[in-house]
Design a protein. Structure first.
Length: 247
C-alpha cells in the first residue's frame, strides 16, 4: 500500500513515468520498513555495556602501575607538561649489585628487595605521579608538575628508603630455620623535563644516562641529567647493558 501510494504521488506531482514511479515507490517502501529495525538496533547498541578489560592496571602488592599502563600515562603527562609548561621529571631507580645480591641470597632476593621498595614508595607519591617496575632490577617514577629541585628531592628520599630497608630473608636452607638480613642500595638517575625532550623517549634516555653515571660513581647515589662531561658514560656503553654494572 505504501509503495502504491508513493508511486502515485511521484507520478502525479512530479510527472515521473508510471513504471519508474512504481520502482521508486517500492524502494521508498523498503526504506521506510527498515527504519524502525535500524532504530531498534542502534538503541540496543547504545544500551550494550562497553567491553570490559578486567586486567588490573596496578600491581596489587606494590601499588605500582603495569609497565604498559605506566608508559601510556607517562606519555600523556609528558605531552601535558610540554603544552602548559608545568614541569615534570623521570626517575630511574636501579638496584645496585643485583647479581651479588642474588648470588648471596638466591635469585628471588633481588626481586623481593625491589618489590618491597616499590611498595614503600608508592604511598609517598602524589596522586598524579606514576611508578612502575621498568625492568627486573629497575623502577621508574614519573613526577608530574615537578621542578628539578623537587625531582632530586624525591630521588634522594627513595635512595634513603632503599638504604634503610632491612628484610628478614631465609638463608637458603629450609631445614635450618634461620634467616639473614637482606640489605641493598640503589642508584637513581633523574631527568627533569627540558625543551630538548621532544618526546618521552628522549626523557627516558637522559634518565638512563643519569642512572648509569650514578652506577659509575659507585652506586647508592643520585645523579641528574644533563650530566657534566666528566660524569657522562661513554655513548651506548650503559643503556640497556646490565652486564657493565659494578659487581
Amino acid at each position: 500500500m505504501l509503495a502504491a501510494a508513493a508511486a502515485w504521488l511521484l507520478s502525479e506531482t512530479l510527472g515521473i513515468p508510471p513504471s519508474l514511479a512504481a520502482a521508486c515507490g517500492a524502494a521508498l517502501a523498503l526504506l521506510a520498513a527498515a527504519v524502525p529495525t535500524l532504530a531498534v538496533a542502534l538503541s540496543q547498541l547504545r544500551a550494550a555495556p562497553a567491553p570490559q578489560d578486567n586486567t588490573p592496571v596496578r600491581d596489587r602488592d606494590t601499588g605500582a602501575f603495569r609497565r604498559d599502563v605506566f608508559l601510556e600515562l607517562a606519555e600523556r603527562e609528558w605531552a601535558r607538561a610540554r603544552r602548559y609548561g608545568t614541569g615534570a621529571g623521570l626517575l630511574i631507580v636501579d638496584l645496585d649489585r643485583a647479581p651479588r645480591l642474588s648470588d648471596a641470597h638466591g635469585p628471588a632476593a633481588a626481586d623481593a628487595f625491589l618489590t618491597t621498595l616499590a611498595r614503600h614508595t608508592s604511598p609517598t607519591l602524589r596522586g598524579a605521579d606514576l611508578v612502575t617496575r621498568l625492568a627486573p632490577t629497575q623502577l621508574a617514577v614519573f613526577l608530574a608538575q615537578a621542578d628539578p629541585t623537587g625531582a632530586l628531592d624525591v630521588a634522594e628520599r627513595i635512595r634513603e628508603r632503599a638504604e634503610a630497608l632491612d628484610l628478614a630473608w631465609p638463608d637458603g636452607n629450609p631445614g635450618a630455620g634461620k634467616a639473614t638480613r637482606l640489605r641493598g642500595t640503589v642508584s637513581v638517575g633523574v631527568a627533569p623535563l627540558r625543551a630538548a625532550h621532544l618526546n618521552l623517549q628522549a626523557l627516558v634516555h637522559d634518565a638512563e644516562d643519569a642512572v648509569a653515571a650514578a652506577r659509575l660513581a659507585g652506586g647508592n647515589c643520585v645523579r641528574a641529567a644533563p650530566l657534566d662531561a666528566g660524569l657522562s658514560p661513554p655513548p651506548g656503553s650503559w643503556r640497556d647493558d646490565h652486564r657493565a654494572r659494578p659487581q
